[in-house]
Structures are given as C-alpha cells and as structure tokens.
Design a protein around this ligand. Structure first.
Ligand code: PLP
Length: 377
C-alpha cells in the first residue's frame, strides 16, 4: 500500500511533547481519570471496580452501544460499531471502496479523509471551501458537477476541521438528498458535533437522515477524552456495519476494556462535559476576537461557526512557513501551517479548546508584533 506520510500527525509528533506552548491542538482540555470517575454512577463504579482486562465484544459493550445510540434521533433504526475514530475512517473506506472508484471529499480536511481512499486505489476529487466576503463557503452547484456515475462516497465533515465551517441545514439536507438520489454513500465525519457556537448551527446527524450513510463520531474532541481512543460509526446500513466489524478483526479486534467503561461514564455525563468544553472554547474565541481586532493588517479572521478550531489567514507579508518555523524556534510555540492540510493559502490552524490557550495566544501576539515591526519573511 502506497501512502503518504500524515503531514499533520508528523508535525504534532515532532513538537507536541517538547514545546512549551501549543496554539493549534484540536481537542478540548483532556479530562483527568479521577475527574471522570468522580462523575460515575453506582452502576459504572461497580463496572469499573470489577473490570477484567479481557477482550471485549466486537461491536462494543452493549451498555456502551446503548449510550451511543441515545445520541441519535433514530436509535432503533441505527446500528453502532465502535473503533478508534481514525480507525473507523480506514475501516469505512476499506469496507466500501474498490480500485477505480471515485470519491468526493470536502477540502481542506483531516488528511486521512483524502489519503486513505487514494491509497486504496480510488480517485479523490476535492470539494473545496473558499473564503467569500469574509465567510467560508462551499458551492453546492460545484459539488453536483463533481459527481460522476462511478462516485461511490461523499465525505463531509461539519463542524469542519480546520475552518469551523457549518453549512445551513437547508444546504446540508440538499447535499444529503442529492447524494442519496445518486446512490452515493455519505461518510459524515461528525467528530466536532456538540461544539456548535450557536444552537442555530446544529445539524442533524447524517445517519438519521439517510439509509446509506455513516456518521463518524467519538470522545476525542467535544468530550475531551482523546486518550481513550474511543469512537464509533452509526449507520442504518447493517451490511456496512457487519463489513466494518469483520474488517476490525484485522486492526484492533475490539475496543479496549477500560475505555468502554470510561466511555459509558462520559456519555452518561454528556451535558456536563460538553458544557465544560463549550465554555472553554467560547472563552478562548472571545479572547481571539480581541487579539485579531488589534491586528487587522496582519490577521484575517473568518469566525468559526462550530468545532474547536479556526483557520485564520496571515498577511502575505508574513509567510506562514517561515512564521511557524521561527515561532517554534524562538518562542517555543507550536503553530500549525496550512500546508499540512495540502493547501498553500498562508493560513494557520488555531485550536480553541485548551485551558492554556490564553498563554499561547499571548506568545503568538507578541511574536506577531515583532514580525509586524521587522518583516518576518
Ligand atoms: C475531522 C477529524 N476526523 C477524525 C479525527 C481522528 O480522531 P482521533 O484522533 O481521535 O482518532 C480527527 C482528529 O483530529 C479529525 O480532526
């Protein structure tokens, strides 16, 4: 299998555990084990204290599947298979694609949403977000022109990483409807669901709308538990889920046993955890708006509608590659350049979910100030 290195993950691997400040992580401030266990009800405390570190059920522990299903409107029609979120992306493409198939995928995007179908022999056409009149937009008419008779999968990701874009519900349902009419499977990456900045932007899950679709979600972002490696695919298409479960025999076989119990605790306390994440992101968003208002000549900001990330543009006088290299060397601050998303638009990704974001953005602003007075490039 010929597969390119995962640029974003390599960049994180190089700096994440070595730098003092991070401006760009996509998760929300991870919860501690004690904090999470403190939320456990009697049943979960019993499950935790009697836990055996055995293999677990291939689809996931039934109590966990029940908690996941409750997060969808059509809990009875939908089935669920658990997997690490990244693994679920791989298994979906392996389950559905043959060499020569065609995939349309929202772009820029988390690299595996493009790279894995390509590595499996499919042709991938990007459906590209563009900045228009200070807003991120996706052109739906353009999408219809990208569809071909051999298009097998449409990959969506709302709230979108990195821009925080969310289409209107009308636009979204039009896209789902048109994909369904053409028999195209929709892989809807909903990893940042629960982090919409306004209730008006909350979209229905794709699996609640289409029989031929999968909603991918997990506990890594809004639920602040990336270290559990717990995600899932929810779909009305049972044949698809069976295929995913049987392919999982070649990856992890089953979910890790402690993670399942901790996942039940988290899902039973969803309101509290999501509220914590939304408050963190909201506070950091307001701080960012103030920073951007102080630097209108150097920073352009299309505010995110949801998620924990945003994708601002730096002035062309401050080349992003050079800026990111120097800021990590000189200020110990990691900032993610847009090139890891396969675009070269002079943007950076910022991540709004961490508790130490105020310190990171202060270092960023200070360095930006020195670039403004001395030309960074
Ligand atoms: C859009 C999107 N999908 C999937 C994933 C994978 O999630 P995980 O790292 O928990 O496997 C990420 C992680 O950043 C993501 O941003």
């Amino acid at each position: 299998m010929k597969i390119r290195e995962f640029e974003l993950e390599r960049y994180f691997a190089k700096y994440e555990f070595h730098v003092q400040y991070m401006l760009s992580p996509s998760d929300c401030e991870p919860l501690g084990l004690t904090e999470l266990l403190g939320m456990a009800d009697d049943e979960c405390r019993e499950l935790w204290s009697t836990l055996r570190l055995s293999y677990t059920e291939p689809y996931g522990c039934p109590a966990l599947l029940t908690e996941i299903a409750k997060r969808y409107r059509h809990a009875e029609e939908n089935g669920v298979v658990t997997a690490a979120p990244e693994e679920a992306i791989l298994l979906t493409f392996m389950a559905l694609l043959e060499p020569g198939d065609h995939v349309v995928a929202v772009s820029p995007a988390y690299q595996s949403l493009h790279e894995l179908p390509r590595a499996l022999g499919a042709e991938v056409t990007p459906w590209t977000l563009r900045l228009r009149d200070g807003r991120w937009t996706l052109d739906i008419e353009e999408l219809f022109r990208l569809f071909r008779p051999e298009t097998k999968i449409l990959v969506l990701n709302f709230p979108h990483n990195p821009t925080g874009f969310i289409p209107t519900e009308e636009e979204y349902l039009t896209v789902l409807d048109q994909a369904a009419k053409r028999g195209i499977f929709v892989l809807s990456d909903e990893m940042y669901r629960g982090l919409e900045h306004s209730a008006a932007n909350i979209l229905p899950a794709a699996c609640d709308f289409l029989p031929y679709a999968a909603s991918l979600s997990g506990l890594s972002k809004a639920f602040a538990l990336p270290g559990l490696r717990l995600g899932w695919l929810c779909s009305q298409d049972r044949a698809f889920l069976r295929r995913v479960a049987s392919l999982k025999d070649y990856t992890t076989i089953c979910m890790n046993a402690p993670g399942e119990i901790l996942g039940i605790v988290a899902l039973r306390n969803a309101d509290r955890i999501l509220d914590r994440s939304r408050r963190l992101v909201g506070g950091n968003l307001r701080l960012t708006e103030a920073v951007f208002a102080r630097h209108p000549e150097s920073l352009f900001w299309a505010p995110p509608l949801g998620g924990s990330t945003a994708f601002p543009k730096l002035s062309e006088t401050i080349p992003v590659a050079e800026f990111c290299r120097r800021v990590v060397e000189e200020r110990n601050l990691m900032v993610l350049p847009d090139t890891v998303f396969d675009v070269n638009w002079n943007h950076i990704r910022i991540g709004l979910g961490r508790r130490d974001y105020p310190a990171a953005i202060a270092v960023f602003e200070d360095f930006l100030g020195s670039c403004e007075s001395s030309a960074c490039g």
